[in-house]
Ligand binder design. Structure first.
Ligand code: ZN
Length: 207
């Protein structure tokens, strides 16, 4: 029935049969985009778009830490941490199913002692960013994947920062201290994000 990609204006044929269920809807490039971002059309929010909302959400959560709905969400995120099983080293993730990789991400958050409020704030930030952009269609899949990407980053990033001395280009003969930062994130895979997103959505349900 769907010989062509469903994205309007896309002239490409839909992908040939594969196991992930997207095959009859989108061409390869739109299917890849959908896997990575949760929408065949829209890319992911940038850090600049999401950070103000994330901070706002975190402030509100901290102010209302005693609220019973906040408390409930914290308890549920802690439940995800507890049930995530043992910590899995990043290099051992290969070969695990998407569901097990999602559990490993929750276990990493636990090992890093990430405050559950930050996890909840990620969901709320995406919620707020979508609400603030009327041109974004409210699609539950996009919402889940975008929130899961933020959470996956909290679980997985490697961050380094170092300083070095170098000649100061503005003051000949003088030296200055330069700071370099490196942020490395393992690529988050589409199906892992669906699992993390569904877990997260359940946890924050009442908020
Ligand atoms: Zn297409």
């Amino acid at each position: 029935m769907h010989t062509y990609c469903r994205v309007i204006g896309c002239p490409n044929p839909a992908r040939a049969g594969t196991a992930d269920g997207l095959d009859r809807k989108f061409c390869r490039s739109h299917a890849d985009h959908y896997q990575r971002h949760g929408s065949p059309y829209r890319g992911s929010f940038t850090a600049a778009e999401i950070e103000p909302f994330r901070q706002q959400a975190l402030d509100r959560l901290q102010e209302n830490r005693d609220d019973r709905f906040v408390d409930n969400a914290v308890a549920r995120v802690e439940g995800l941490y507890r049930r995530a099983g043992p910590h899995v080293e990043a290099f051992r993730l290969r070969g695990l199913s998407p569901a097990d990789r999602a559990k490993a991400a929750w276990a990493r958050l636990r090992e890093r002692c990430v405050d559950p409020l930050r996890v909840i704030a990620a969901w709320l930030a995406v919620d707020m960013a979508i609400a603030a952009n009327p041109q974004i269609r409210d699609d539950p899949e996009y919402r889940r994947v975008q929130a899961a990407k933020l959470v996956h980053r909290m679980a997985s990033g490697t961050h380094k920062r170092w300083t070095r001395e170098e000649p100061d280009p503005n003051r000949p003969g003088r030296r200055r201290t330069a700071t370099t930062e490196m942020h490395v994130y393992p690529r988050s895979r589409g199906r892992v994000l669906r699992h993390i997103g569904a877990d997260l959505q359940q946890a924050v349900d009442l908020i």
